[in-house]
Design a protein around this ligand. Structure first.
Ligand code: FES
Length: 182
């Protein structure tokens, strides 16, 4: 009569070794996964806090005549492992729409991401990369402009009577819909 599996010492040893290898592999993978979660935690935390408003300037620094002025956006930038205090992360045009209210436009062109210039002679915005032009309120000025949408307006708030705070965001370029990045 042929010996059963359980009575075959070679077969038993093989099964024991296979089980040890599988358990050892599982035991090794779990700490590695836990380590990766800890390693990339700063990236997750940065993404959660990335939509806070940033203090950009004060009302006094924005021309009273309704013409735009460009301001850098400075913020504490954090990558996965380092923190860079007050680093430039973008720029905005601010323009008064009344004595106490302000409009904010991202300087990035929605066509392909070049920086839009302000032209004081025509009182309009112009992108030198492919000649898109925009009115002071950011709307497309020339229908031949290749930009698929107006300049990207940003949420802005005046706090404590004069501080200007902007919710700075970048958006996908090359499409009609305004879709936030990140
Ligand atoms: S990137 Fe501005 S017009 Fe093309």
């Amino acid at each position: 009569m042929a010996p059963s599996d359980s009575s075959n010492p070679q077969r038993r040893n093989f099964l024991k070794e296979a089980a040890a290898i599988i358990l050892g592999t599982i035991g090794g993978v779990i700490p590695v996964l836990a380590g990766l979660v800890v390693l990339f935690d700063p990236v997750r935390r940065r993404q959660k806090g990335s939509l806070d408003k940033i203090r950009v300037t004060t009302l006094e620094a924005v021309p009273e005549d309704g013409l735009p002025r460009k301001f850098p956006i400075l913020a504490d930038r954090t990558d996965a492992w380092n923190r860079f205090p007050s680093a430039p992360i973008g720029a905005v045009y601010l323009r008064r729409t009344s004595k106490t209210s302000v409009e904010a436009l991202n300087v990035v062109c929605p066509h392909a991401g070049c920086f839009v210039d302000y032209r004081s002679d025509s009182k309009s915005f112009f992108c030198p990369c492919h000649n898109s032009s925009f009115a002071l309120n950011g709307k497309i000025a020339d229908p031949k402009s290749p930009s698929p949408r107006a300049m990207d307006g940003l949420e802005v708030e005046v706090r404590n009577g004069s501080e200007i705070w902007v919710k700075f965001q970048n958006f996908r370029t090359g499409q009609a819909e305004k879709v936030p990045l990140g």
